[in-house]
Ligand binder design. Structure first.
Ligand code: HEC
Ligand code: HEC
Ligand code: HEC
Ligand code: HEC
Ligand code: HEC
Ligand code: HEC
Length: 499
């Protein structure tokens, strides 16, 4: 069957080639994805975004070509006859119209399905985590080993509804743009200033009306000595009251009790320094303002900073992207046996290298091998001679753990993203609970060691002190530092990478 001559012009033909090729590639990629049984984000970009663009472009070319071709056929059209004349009494024109309409219909249905899939795809973990691979690899890697590994990025970063969807998509577009032109800041700045309100994210799953009681936390650490001495601490965290039926009346989650409003001003971008806190009892209207006189700037300067109402994120700022300190990931490797505790001084040897920062993973790899080996060769030559195999095994593990928590190309280490839960490596709770924040009448935000938790067990496994659950004991620092753990914040020492 012969098509009308108007089909044959260079625009229609090139449009046709473009469209058919794009369609063919879409089908091939979709086939590969089906065969492999899971989504590969790079295919996704082509199937849902790049190729459909070229397919549509091809179709537009064909249409323009057709219109132009038809017009050319008319001999000497009147000036106002801008559109081709369609006469359905001609069989050829009739059949082309049917074909074009049918093709258009199929195309529209397909694009409707396609754009829905594209929308879904652009919200998927693969798109966020793998496509923006380089930029977000630190967040993606830590996410995969977090409790939230099965929660899609969008459930925390976007939530439901269109308003925030558009806002976070725009933010994401900016990120894609800055990635293309290599203009993103390294590391990605935190906190995210337009994080969606927690009511629409965290609280969709963590129902605030049903909160938690107390929780036993057992922490195992190892000292940097010859025996890698194990040191255990068990604490009862007063997340809520003794019995969860008491609700948010006391305990740590009291901060989100709807009867109170807790606001603060931070005078640093990362919200680490908090000189001003206001507590309002919404039932009685009573207001208390606590200030840290040592850090408080002038009233006029203070007013330039945002007054933020405290929510989940002010404590749980790392629920799925926690970057561990060297001391902590080495402890985990020792606890799980990946690094043998019977290799003398291995924690000391590891920390001795990991206190440095490296600009590439390759450099870290060779520095770790060299550093650990020379540490043994020089300081403990007998161990070096006897334990070469264990040392080599440990070097492998240290490299791997380093790479899971440090991302030199994004300049990300544990110190880039501080964890606000706790107070050992960063000020965390002590940003307000250091005992320095007072009202004008002398009331203090308490820093009492038993306010948030009680210690029920501590010591080495063969010399463990413990109490009854209802009691508590005074903290004993694992190595003798006198009274310094009382006189200064833990983070004064423990924020260092070598601890
Ligand atoms: C359980 C909730 C949750 C999930 C799931 C989640 N994030 Fe986050 N994300 C956060 C929070 C909270 C922050 C820190 C926000 C702040 O401090 O303002 C954050 C921060 C970030 C940042 C900014 C840099 C930083 O580390 O602070 C990036 C980038 C990011 N997330 C990417 C992702 C990607 C990609 C995924 C999915 C692979 C994901 N997130 C999944 C809660 C989540
Ligand atoms: C889509 C549901 C979902 C969303 C959204 C979500 N979480 Fe979770 N969260 C979970 C699940 C599931 C667990 C694991 C429960 C378990 O295994 O005990 C969890 C566990 C936790 C825990 C306990 C961690 C631990 O180590 O025991 C904290 C804290 C937490 N989430 C905080 C948050 C915060 C903060 C946000 C918002 C930024 C958030 N979650 C958003 C589902 C969610
Ligand atoms: C004042 C700081 C603070 C605020 C605000 C806060 N939390 Fe927590 N939350 C904690 C601490 C501390 C723990 C216990 C320590 C831990 O589990 O690591 C905890 C524990 C949890 C747990 C685990 C409970 C368990 O027993 O397993 C979840 C889930 C959780 N919080 C969710 C939330 C959500 C959702 C919000 C906001 C509505 C919130 N938290 C607000 C400090 C806070
Ligand atoms: C922005 C400042 C701020 C931060 C950060 C903060 N708190 Fe508080 N917290 C307060 C204030 C203010 C009070 C109430 C003091 C008062 O009423 O005298 C309080 C009270 C408490 C109480 C006593 C609640 C009760 O009445 O039973 C606990 C427990 C507590 N905080 C734990 C924590 C923990 C754990 C963290 C860190 C994860 C933390 N807080 C971080 C400001 C803060
Ligand atoms: C405002 C609440 C608060 C106060 C006050 C407080 N702590 Fe903590 N402490 C925490 C939280 C939260 C954690 C972290 C629990 C976790 O890892 O999930 C923690 C963890 C610890 C740990 C476990 C080791 C670690 O850091 O991971 C020790 C030990 C400890 N605290 C000792 C103390 C001592 C000693 C004092 C008094 C000088 C004190 N705490 C005061 C909230 C508090
Ligand atoms: C004067 C500095 C200093 C202060 C302040 C300090 N520590 Fe330490 N801490 C050390 C040193 C040094 C070690 C021994 C490191 C080793 O042998 O591995 C240590 C070890 C520890 C360990 C054993 C695991 C590890 O990281 O090596 C814990 C747990 C600990 N400290 C908790 C705390 C807590 C909680 C506070 C605050 C209440 C605190 N420390 C305050 C210096 C300090």
């Amino acid at each position: 069957m012969k098509e009308p001559r108007s089909y044959y012009n260079w625009l229609t033909i090139s449009g046709f080639i473009l469209a058919v090729n794009s369609l063919f590639l879409i089908l091939v990629f979709a086939g590969i994805m089906l065969l492999l049984g899971r989504s590969y984000s790079y295919f996704g970009v082509y199937i849902y975004i790049v190729l459909p663009f070229f397919l549509s472009l091809g179709l537009v070319f064909i249409l323009i070509g057709l219109v132009k071709g038809m017009k050319r056929k008319e001999t000497g059209p009147a000036d106002e006859d801008l559109w081709p004349i369609l006469n359905l009494n001609y069989r050829k024109q009739r059949s082309s119209l049917i074909k074009v309409s049918l093709a258009l219909f199929i195309f529209l249905v397909a694009s409707a399905i396609g754009s829905y899939r594209a929308f879904e795809y652009s919200n998927s973990v693969g798109f966020c985590g793998e496509l923006c691979h380089k930029v977000m690899e630190p967040e993606y890697t830590t996410y995969l080993s977090s409790v939230h590994a099965q929660v899609p990025c969008g459930d925390c970063h976007m939530g439901e509804g269109s308003g925030w969807f558009v806002r976070s998509k725009l933010a994401a577009l900016k990120l894609v743009y800055s990635q293309l032109f290599n203009r993103y800041s390294k590391p990605i700045p935190t906190p995210i200033t337009d994080f969606r309100p927690v009511q629409q994210t965290c609280q969709q799953c963590h129902w605030p009306q049903k909160f938690y009681a107390r929780k036993l936390i057992h922490q195992v650490s190892y000292l940097a000595d010859s025996a890698n001495t194990e040191w255990d601490i068990s604490l009862i965290m007063k997340t809520g009251p003794k019995n969860s039926a008491m609700g948010l009346r006391e305990g740590i989650h009291w901060h989100i009790n709807p009867d109170y409003r807790l606001e603060y001003v931070s005078n640093t971008a990362n919200r680490e320094s908090i000189p001003w806190v206001r507590l309002t009892n919404l039932k009685t209207g009573k207001v208390k303002i606590f200030v840290d006189k040592d850090k408080l700037p002038d009233e006029s300067i203070l007013r330039q900073f945002e007054t933020r109402t405290m929510d989940c994120m002010d404590c749980h700022n790392r629920p799925s992207h926690l970057f561990l300190y060297p001391g902590d990931y080495i402890d985990q490797a020792l606890l799980t046996g990946k690094i043998p505790t019977r290799l003398p001084f291995i924690k000391a040897a590891a920390l001795n290298v990991l206190k440095n920062e490296f600009s590439t993973l390759g450099m870290a790899d060779s520095a770790i091998k060299q550093g650990v080996e020379s540490y043994y060769r020089i300081q403990h030559p007998m161990t070096w001679l006897k334990e070469k195999a264990l040392i080599a095994q440990s070097v492998g593990v240290i490299r791997k753990e380093y790479a899971r928590n440090n991302f030199p190309f994004m300049k990300v280490t544990a110190t880039s993203y501080l964890n606000n839960i706790g107070h050992r490596q960063s000020e965390g709770c002590f940003r307000c609970h250091s005992g320095r924040h007072r009202t004008s009448t002398g009331e203090v935000i308490s820093g009492d060691c038993n306010l948030c938790h009680t210690i029920v067990e501590q010591g080495t496994p063969n010399r463990l002190d413990y109490t009854f659950l209802a009691d508590s004991m005074e903290f004993r620092h694992p190595v003798d530092i006198g009274n310094q753990w009382k006189s200064r914040n833990c983070s004064g020492c423990h924020s260092k990478l070598w601890l």
